[in-house]
Unconditional design. Structure first.
Length: 557
C-alpha cells in the first residue's frame, strides 16, 4: 500500500471494518488494526460519510490524517446538503433524483428481486441503487459490505475524475477532512465548568426549581420585575402586547427587537428591565437547566451534532447551542485541570477574503495593514466608518443611503473586486448557480411561474444579493476550514485539541506548558493556510486575535 493511496473504509456496526483498495479487500475486527495501517501507510481513507464510517474509530481514540468523504464532495459538486448514497449515485450516473426508489412498508413484504434484478447486486435494473441496500441492508453480511465498499471506491474515483482544477481538488480534500474534524468535535465535546455553568444560569433565572410549580413561580417573578417598572399589564412573550405596552409609555417603535430598544436605555426604567428580561428569558427557554442536563456529559463536556457544511455557502454548523451560546455563559467554558484554552479569532476576514478571491491589487495592498479599513478610507478619501460601510455594502449588496454614495467610491477605487462581486450578482439575478473559489456550487431558487413583474424583480434582486455574499462567505468558510485543519495537523504533537469552531473563531485546548507554543502555531498556520489555499494570492495578509486563556470569557471581543 502506497502513502496517500485511496482505501475505502466501511464500518459494520458491531462487526468490525471492511477495507478495499483497487487490488485487494480485507476485514479487520478492532480499531487498533485500522490505527496500525494509518501509522504505517498513511492512506487516504475513503468513505460514504465520516459520520457513519469514522465515529467508532474516533471514539476509540484512533486519529486519521487524510480522507475522501463522498458526501462532502457531492455537496461541493452539486450544491445543497442532501448527499445520501442513492442521491450521489443518481447524480453521477445522470439519473432522475425524483425517481430514486424508497423503501416503504409494501417493499418489506415484496419478494426479493421482484424488480427483475439480483437482490445481491446493489444496483437495480433501472440504474438506481436498491433502497434496501442504501437503507442499511449493505451491512447484513461481510459479502455485502465488501460490495458496498467496492461501490464507494467506484463513486470516489468518478468524483475525482470530474475535478479538473487543482484548487477544487484541494477543496475536496479540505471539505472531506472537515467532516472528519466534525466527528472529532462531536465525540470530544467542549470542556465546561459545570459548577460555574449552574451559577451563571442561576444568576439569570434563579436557582434550579424542584418542580414545575416552582419553575412557573420563578418565571412569574421575572415577569413581574418588568411589569412593575412599566406599571402596565402585558404578556411579555407576545410581541404585539409588548409593543402596545411600550406605546402606552410613549415609545412608538415599529417592532420590539432588542436593537430597536437599546437607544432608549435611560429614558424609562422599563427599557433596561425589558432588555434584561430578554436575556434571562432566552437562557431560561434555551440555555437553562434542561439544556445543561441534556447536553453536558458526566465528563463535563458539552456535546452536540456537527456538520462541515450548512448546504448553502458551506459554513460549519453545530447543534446543542454550540454556535449560539450567549456570551453571558462563556465563563462556563473552561480549560480542564493542567490545560489552557488557546483562542484565535480572524479579523476582518470577509474583506480580506474578497481581496484574495478577486485578485484586486489595491485591496490586496490594503490587507497589509492591521486595520484594513484605514487604507481603504485613505484611498476613498472618506472617514473610516464610511469606508467600512462601503466595503460591507459591496459584499452584502446594499445600495441605498450612505452605502450608495460609498459604493461609487468603491467602483473607482477597487474596480476588480467590484467586478468580481457584480459578476456573481448578475449570475444570481438570472437564477444561475455560482461557484465559490473552492468550487462549491451554490444554487439559486427559482421565480414562481405565477409571480408578477414586481415580485419577480424582487426575487431576482434577492438572488443577486445572496449570490455576491455567497462568493465571499463561501470562500471564507473554505479558508477557515483549511486553517483549522492545518492547526489540527500542526498542534497534534503539542497535545492540541480543537474543541470549538465558531464561524471565524477557533478554540483549542492544550497542555498548559504548551499554551504559548500552540498560540504561535495558530498564527503560523494562518500564514501557511493562506499560502497553500490562495497560491499567488496568498500575499493577502490575514490576521487573528490570538490569546492563551483559562476561560472563554477572558478573550477580548
Amino acid at each position: 500500500m502506497n502513502r496517500g493511496e485511496p482505501v475505502v473504509l466501511v464500518t459494520r456496526p458491531g462487526a468490525g471494518f471492511v477495507l478495499t483498495t483497487a487490488s485487494q479487500t480485507w476485514t479487520l475486527s478492532r480499531p487498533e488494526d485500522v490505527a496500525e495501517i494509518e501509522a504505517e501507510h498513511r492512506p487516504r481513507w475513503v468513505w460514504w460519510s465520516a459520520a457513519e464510517a469514522a465515529g467508532e474509530l474516533v471514539r476509540a481514540g484512533v486519529r486519521l490524517a487524510t480522507c475522501w468523504d463522498i458526501a462532502a464532495v457531492h455537496r461541493l459538486q452539486h450544491g445543497g446538503y442532501q448527499a445520501d448514497p442513492a442521491r450521489v449515485w443518481a447524480a453521477l450516473h445522470s439519473l432522475d433524483v425524483r425517481a430514486i426508489p424508497e423503501l416503504g412498508p409494501l417493499d418489506l413484504l415484496a419478494p426479493a428481486g421482484d424488480d427483475g434484478g439480483d437482490p445481491e447486486n446493489p444496483q437495480r435494473p433501472d440504474g438506481h441503487l436498491r433502497p434496501e441496500w442504501t437503507g442499511g441492508g449493505w451491512s447484513r453480511d461481510e459479502g455485502r459490505a465488501v460490495r458496498w465498499a467496492q461501490l464507494a471506491l467506484h463513486v470516489a474515483q468518478a468524483q475525482r475524475e470530474r475535478i479538473t482544477e487543482p484548487r477544487h481538488l484541494a477543496a475536496a480534500h479540505v471539505e472531506s477532512a472537515a467532516e472528519l474534524l466534525c466527528v472529532e468535535l462531536e465525540a470530544g465535546g467542549l470542556p465546561v465548568d459545570v459548577v460555574a455553568a449552574e451559577a451563571l444560569v442561576s444568576g439569570f433565572i434563579g436557582p434550579r426549581p424542584t418542580d414545575a410549580a416552582e419553575a412557573l413561580a420563578l418565571r412569574a417573578r421575572r415577569d413581574n420585575v418588568v411589569l412593575q417598572a412599566a406599571g402596565v399589564n402585558a404578556d411579555l412573550r407576545n410581541p404585539a402586547q409588548v409593543k402596545r405596552m411600550l406605546a402606552q409609555l410613549g415609545f412608538d417603535v415599529p417592532d420590539t427587537r432588542s436593537w430597536r430598544l437599546e437607544p432608549f436605555v435611560g429614558a424609562h426604567p422599563v427599557i433596561e428591565e425589558l432588555l434584561s428580561w430578554r436575556k434571562a428569558e432566552r437562557i431560561a427557554t434555551t440555555y437553562g437547566y434542561p439544556w445543561l442536563d441534556a447536553n453536558i456529559g458526566l465528563d463535563g463536556r458539552l456535546r452536540g451534532g456537527w456538520t462541515a457544511s450548512d448546504g448553502a455557502a458551506g459554513r460549519m454548523t453545530a447543534g446543542a447551542g454550540l454556535h449560539n451560546m450567549p456570551s453571558e455563559l462563556r465563563g462556563a467554558v473552561a480549560a480542564e485541570p493542567g490545560k489552557v484554552l488557546v483562542r484565535a479569532d480572524l479579523g476582518q476576514i470577509e474583506p480580506r477574503i474578497l481581496a484574495a478571491v478577486s485578485g484586486d491589487r489595491a485591496l490586496i495592498a490594503a490587507t497589509a495593514d492591521d486595520d484594513l479599513y484605514a487604507p481603504v478610507a485613505a484611498r476613498l478619501k472618506v472617514e473610516r466608518p464610511v469606508a467600512k460601510v462601503a466595503v460591507l455594502a459591496a459584499m452584502y449588496g446594499q445600495t441605498s443611503g450612505t452605502a450608495g454614495e460609498a459604493l461609487r467610491g468603491m467602483e473607482s477605487g477597487y474596480p476588480t473586486a467590484m467586478r468580481y462581486l457584480r459578476t456573481a450578482s448578475d449570475e444570481g439575478r438570472a437564477g444561475r448557480a455560482v461557484r465559490t473559489y473552492g468550487g462549491r456550487v451554490v444554487r439559486m431558487w427559482p421565480t414562481p411561474d405565477d409571480a408578477d413583474e414586481n415580485t419577480a424583480r424582487s426575487i431576482a434582486a434577492a438572488r443577486g444579493r445572496f449570490a455576491r455574499n455567497a462568493m465571499v462567505q463561501g470562500a471564507a468558510a473554505e479558508f477557515f476550514k483549511a486553517w483549522a485543519l492545518t492547526v489540527r495537523a500542526r498542534t497534534a504533537e503539542l497535545g492540541g485539541e480543537i474543541v470549538l469552531c465558531l464561524h471565524d473563531e477557533l478554540l483549542v485546548q492544550a497542555p498548559a506548558q504548551h499554551g504559548a507554543a500552540v498560540a504561535a502555531a495558530l498564527d503560523d498556520c494562518l500564514a501557511e493556510a493562506a499560502g497553500r489555499w490562495f497560491g499567488p494570492a496568498g500575499q493577502v495578509r490575514f490576521v487573528a486575535d490570538t490569546s492563551v486563556i483559562n476561560r472563554w470569557s477572558e478573550a477580548k471581543g
